[in-house]
Write a protein that binds this ligand. Structure first.
Ligand code: AMP
Ligand code: FES
Ligand code: ZN
Length: 311
């Protein structure tokens, strides 16, 4: 196989584009795709200060590297969720990348803010850790961006993540989620920072290839709580389909985005206001995270543990 661009020996095959590249040209291809996505959705421009949320995995670290090389102004944020061993190893990878490149990295910890880790909050409120985790992360992404004066939050969601959630939303006819699923979520309130996914057309495999070529040291393991998650089943099913018919994932997502208007009526007009406790945007008087923490901390004080409601 020869590189599509320079005809040297190819090292990475991109089957859905019917192409292959050598290491150097693959990097060019990857950076071009990221730049194209940013421009196509006007995600941000060189003047913006981007808060990139990083997990220590190959996707967000590859995106961090790509945004630096493309000349964007980026600060990374890692959230320590307090997940046994996994959080420590994830943070180490982010710190390693920051030290190697000199790029700025901020960290916040659930335990320092609320006195409880994500698994503890989940146990005390009898919820699944992943559900608590997703909600807390979204809350902190916005809060940290707002307090730090960032105009946009970027995540490392890739094509595989996006098609798996699209399939899940379709299988369960989550019309509200379908109406809001897109690579660019605009700010609909002065205290809501816009969210973007510059890797939304790049597969997990492409992000892995980029990380390997760039010698980025990332954490390969999955969160221990992700085991058995339905999103993993959807990803496996989509991988089977993609192997038989390369390009299906991309055309599935692109087709959906093209026909998104079909779901517009389900994007109900909700009245947004500020949480009376923390000031973050919510549809209720008190936001779901403040209510969750109140419940967890009440249980905590009943069991005599040290609760620290320092939000
Ligand atoms: P996941 O939900 O784990 O698939 O992660 C999707 C994206 O969310 C990642 O690519 C990161 O951009 C971001 N993310 C996940 N975990 C963290 C974390 N602990 N701190 C900051 N950002 C995170
Ligand atoms: Fe959130 Fe696993 S529970 S990363
Ligand atoms: Zn609140």
């Amino acid at each position: 196989m020869r590189c599509k661009t320079c005809h040297a020996k190819a090292t990475v095959e991109v089957r859905h584009h019917n192409a292959a590249y050598c290491n150097d040209c693959f990097q060019e291809y990857f950076l071009k795709r990221v730049q194209h996505n940013i421009r196509a959705y006007r995600m941000f421009s060189p003047g913006d200060h981007v808060l990139l949320v990083v997990s220590g995995g190959k996707d967000s670290l590859s995106l961090w590297d790509a945004l630096i090389r493309l000349g964007y102004r980026v600060t990374a944020l890692f959230i320590d969720l307090g997940i046994e061993g996994y959080s420590r190893r994830s943070e180490d990878k982010c710190r390693e990348f920051a030290a190697r490149t000199g790029a700025p990295l901020q960290t916040v910890s659930a335990k320092e803010i609320w006195g409880l880790s994500i698994p503890e909050i989940a146990r005390k409120t009898r919820r699944i850790p992943c559900a608590v985790c997703g909600r807390v992360k979204r809350y902190l992404f916005n809060k940290c961006a707002l307090e730090g004066g960032f105009s946009v939050v970027a995540t490392g969601h890739n094509l595989d993540d996006e098609v798996a959630s699209l399939l899940g939303n379709l299988l369960h006819w989550q019309t509200g989620y379908l109406a809001r699923q897109q690579p660019y979520l605009p700010s609909t309130h002065p205290k809501l920072v816009k969210k973007v996914k510059p890797l939304y057309t790049l597969t997990e495999r492409e992000c892995l290839a980029y990380a390997l070529i760039r010698q980025i040291s990332y954490l390969p393991e999955e969160c221990p709580h992700a085991e058995g998650a339905t999103s993993i089943t959807y990803k496996e099913a989509l991988n089977h389909i993609e192997a038989a018919s390369p390009g299906t994932k991309l055309s599935f997502l692109k087709g959906f985005l093209k026909h998104k208007e079909l779901f517009r009526e389900y994007d109900g007009d909700v009245e947004l206001r500020e949480c009376s406790r923390c000031g973050q945007v919510t549809t209720e008087k008190v936001c779901s995270v403040c209510r969750l923490m109140e419940r967890a901390q009440k249980r905590d004080s009943r069991t005599g543990a040290n609760a620290n409601p320092s939000l």
